[in-house]
Design a binder for this molecule. Structure first.
Ligand SMILES: Cc1cc2nc3c(=O)[nH]c(=O)nc-3n(C[C@H](O)[C@H](O)[C@H](O)COP(=O)(O)OP(=O)(O)OC[C@H]3O[C@@H](n4cnc5c(N)ncnc54)[C@H](O)[C@@H]3O)c2cc1C
Length: 501
């Protein structure tokens, strides 16, 4: 008979603290690692799952030993995923947040720069000596002054542009939000932010290990802070991020996380190969499709036929390639017929991939990187790639002030970079740009475009995602045809059904 028993759930740390102080004799056993330990034994122990859980709850030391044996010695690491932790993170720079959010299987919610007025709170990097600090502080204060000039002017501009929005509270907030999110293009990536971060222990071990060896001091500090808190709660599940305990336990040293030296040496050798100069990258928003699964429209037909017909993939692809244009169009009309803007695409849309090289602002990157079902390789921010000026800055005739603050920022960056090349990025602004390589499957592209081409989304990421959709449609005209913002979905779908014959 089916039984579903609640085994545990997130509880606020204050409640747990009260429980610990309540005199209850089980107070030392409060840890989600008992659940991991119980589940780790499921495959071998004949006892019921709930009995295993009850056992590990009363014998936490044994549960910890069992985790060490099963997770680390046997390599059954996935059981650490059953222990989940939540963290409030405050005062972390916008630049350091990027390193944390590289972990794709975790969850994040940040304070929005659309709704929060930035007061000029920023992190001063430890890497800076007195001279760098002076340049940094002077530049940050100019950036904050520019933000304070831009915001009221942009707010007034929006109020005049959309007077009807002022009739509702949400409309009024929206106009203010638009002004704030454009003004913040002048602010440095040293600006502090706050976020909620949740992760299972397996991901925590991975991210802590990576952060602890990061080139930026602030990021290493974050890694240590996460480690110190996590070690109190789930010590047996994060051994790889704890070199000391690892050595004590296993008698050898654990490597220091992800070593990039090899990659740098290998890339340097390729960079040395002489090649003819290429034409400069073109494209309005610098989004280029650099590689993709060939014949994506056919491959999706083949993958879906394989899944739903019992034929092999090879036979399905041969059959797809024999189809005439009207049959192919009919196929897509059939699978799109009942699709709504909130429905996930068929899983087989994951069988085709697109690789985009994108040059984008820090502000757009901050949003794009939040999409976790794709691979992102990123270069450092690069002043040679220029900066993105919000159109509203130009419309309000504030371009000169914006350009002045960008010039001052770049001069400061160049001076600081001489002695602190990596930490110099802190002074660059949300407008500065970097080049990234993104590999996404078509199902994720649909998800990105639904959210980011929608009118609720910020203009910079709207432009980027619209260009991603446009370049994809050039090579996948049928399978990518409905990639659009959710606000336009009904219209785009109707247009497809009418136009494609
Ligand atoms: C208009 C707008 C405003 C926003 N404002 C804010 C804000 O103020 N603050 C903020 O922090 N973020 C904000 N976001 C970002 C948003 O919350 C998402 O983090 C971001 O859009 C990534 O999308 P996603 O999480 O739906 O999916 P992706 O990460 O792109 O993943 C695709 C899909 O995979 C699944 N998935 C991926 N990971 C998980 C997981 N761990 N658990 C369960 N399912 C998963 C989901 O089905 C998801 O839809 C905003 C986004 C938009 C569009």
């Amino acid at each position: 008979m089916l039984e579903v028993k609640l085994a545990g759930y997130n509880a606020d740390a204050d409640i747990i603290e009260k429980l610990k102080n309540s005199g209850w004799d089980g107070k030392n056993n409060i840890s989600p690692e008992t659940i991991s330990a119980a589940y780790a034994r499921i495959s071998r122990d004949p006892k019921r799952v709930d009995e295993l859980r009850a056992d590990s709850l009363v014998e936490v030391d044994k549960a910890r030993q069992s985790n060490e044996a099963i997770v680390f010695k046997m390599g059954h690491h996935s059981v650490a995923e059953h222990a989940y932790l939540n963290f409030d993170i405050l005062g972390l720079s916008r630049l350091a947040v990027e390193s944390l959010q590289e972990a794709r299987l975790c969850s994040y919610t940040e304070k929005s720069q659309r709704y929060i007025t930035l007061e000029g709170d920023y992190v001063t990097p430890e890497e800076f000596g007195e001279a760098e600090k002076k340049i940094f502080l002077e530049t940050v204060s100019k950036q904050v002054a520019a933000y304070k000039t831009f915001f009221p002017a942009l707010h007034e501009f929006r109020r005049k542009q959309y007077p009807k929005q002022l009739e509702t509270k949400s409309g009024t907030n929206l106009l203010e939000g638009w002004a704030k999110e454009d003004a913040r293009y002048a602010l440095a990536m040293a600006t502090e932010c706050q976020l909620g971060f949740s992760s299972n222990s397996r991901n925590l071990e991975h991210i802590i290990r990576k952060l602890k060896y990061h080139p930026l001091a602030e990021v290493r500090q974050l890694g240590s802070a996460l480690f110190n808190v996590t070690k109190q709660i789930v010590p047996s599940l994060i051994i790889l991020s704890d070199p000391e305990t690892f050595t004590k336990q296993f008698g050898r040293e654990v490597s220091d996380g992800i070593i990039k030296t090899g990659a740098l040496t290998a890339a340097k050798a390729v960079k040395a190969v002489k090649i003819p100069a290429a034409a400069p990258a073109t494209g309005k928003f610098d989004v280029m499709l650099v590689d993709w699964t060939r014949d994506p429209d056919m491959k999706i037909i083949a993958a879906m036929t394989q899944a739903y017909s019992g034929r092999s993939y090879e036979a399905s692809l041969r059959a797809a390639r024999k189809m005439k244009k009207p049959e192919i169009i009919k196929f897509y009309k059939t699978i799109f017929k009942d699709l709504g803007e909130h429905d996930a695409l068929y899983r087989e849309f994951e069988d085709v991939n697109f690789v985009y090289e994108i040059v984008l602002s820090a502000s757009a990157f901050a949003q794009l990187k939040r999409h976790r079902m794709m691979s992102i390789s990123k270069q450092p921010y690069d002043v040679k790639l220029g900066y993105t000026t919000p159109p509203s800055i130009i419309e309000t005739k504030q371009r000169d002030i914006f350009e002045k603050v960008m010039d001052e920022t770049e001069n400061a960056y160049k001076k600081i970079a001489k002695t602190a090349p990596r930490a110099a990025e802190y002074i660059l602004t949300n407008a500065h740009r970097r080049r990234v390589l993104i590999n996404a499957n078509l199902r994720e592209l649909y998800h990105i475009t639904r959210l980011r081409m929608d009118w609720h989304a910020q203009w910079d990421i709207q432009n980027i995602s619209a260009r991603m959709a446009a370049v994809t449609k050039q090579v996948a005209p049928l399978s990518a045809a409905l990639a659009c913002g959710k606000d336009k979905f009904a219209e785009v779908k109707a247009g497809f059904f009418k136009a494609v014959k």
